[in-house]
Design a protein around this ligand. Structure first.
Ligand SMILES: C[S@@+](CC[C@H](N)C(=O)[O-])C[C@H]1O[C@@H](n2cnc3c(N)ncnc32)[C@H](O)[C@@H]1O
Length: 199
């Protein structure tokens, strides 16, 4: 989004552990994160939207603003998101609280959180909150920069999840890969051609 880099860098200097990325996601990564979604999906939550690059990708993909709830812990980013995305519900609250608002109702949770840099207990809480907020068949979409999948293996196994590796986005800085997680027990209902791994 034009003009968001100085704000992003200023917040990175003030909160390096929470931001944990040197630049916002590219438009290509935002499009890859939104690829499995559309206007008919229903309610979607985004975790850690930052300056809203992935939010823009979701709206461009057709997600209805009134169906979208953003959980952003940073107050400065939250104010900007509120101005930038009228009609979208912006909550200046941690993602861990999502289950209280959306128990079993969300079609998808799309996360731009730096999950593997987040301490293990919080990582666990975030995933548990996401899957408590998701409806049956709902999915958790997350990118990562490294070679390892973005959800810790022990958390994946405790929650009974399977991962589908999605698109690699070489043009992002740094290159990233999208993963989609679902509950293993529901995976048989996934679209044909999906290929899930215990990875
Ligand atoms: C790496 S930045 C990603 C920004 C954006 N999604 C993107 O891809 O450009 C991570 C964002 O997550 C937010 N964040 C970190 N922990 C959070 C939490 N527990 N709940 C909600 N937001 C959080 C930070 O404030 C920051 O805006």
């Amino acid at each position: 989004m034009p003009g968001d880099l100085p704000l992003f860098l200023a917040q990175l200097l003030r909160n390096p552990r929470e931001i944990s990325a040197v630049v916002p996601s590219s438009r290509m990564l935002a499009a890859a994160m939104a690829e499995s979604l559309g206007p008919l999906d229903g309610p979607v939550a985004e975790f850690g939207p930052g300056t809203g690059r992935i939010t823009r990708g979701l709206l461009d993909r057709g997600v209805v603003p009134a169906d979208l709830t953003l959980y952003e812990m940073n107050a400065v980013f939250s104010e900007r998101l509120q101005r930038e995305f009228p009609g979208v519900r912006v909550l200046n609250r941690p993602a861990q609280q999502a289950a209280e608002d959306h128990r079993g109702t969300l079609a998808a949770v799309v996360s731009g959180l730096p999950l593997l840099s987040i301490p293990e207990p919080v990582h666990r809480e975030i995933l548990a909150a996401a899957f408590a907020a998701l409806r049956p068949g709902g999915r958790f979409v997350q990118f990562t920069y490294g070679p390892k999948p973005p959800v810790r293996e022990d958390v994946r196994d405790t929650l009974g999840l399977v991962a589908t590796p999605g698109l690699r986005v070489w043009g992002n800085l740094p290159p990233a890969r999208v993963y989609i997680y679902r509950r293993a027990a529901e995976f048989c209902a996934a679209p044909q051609g999906d290929h899930a791994f215990r990875i």
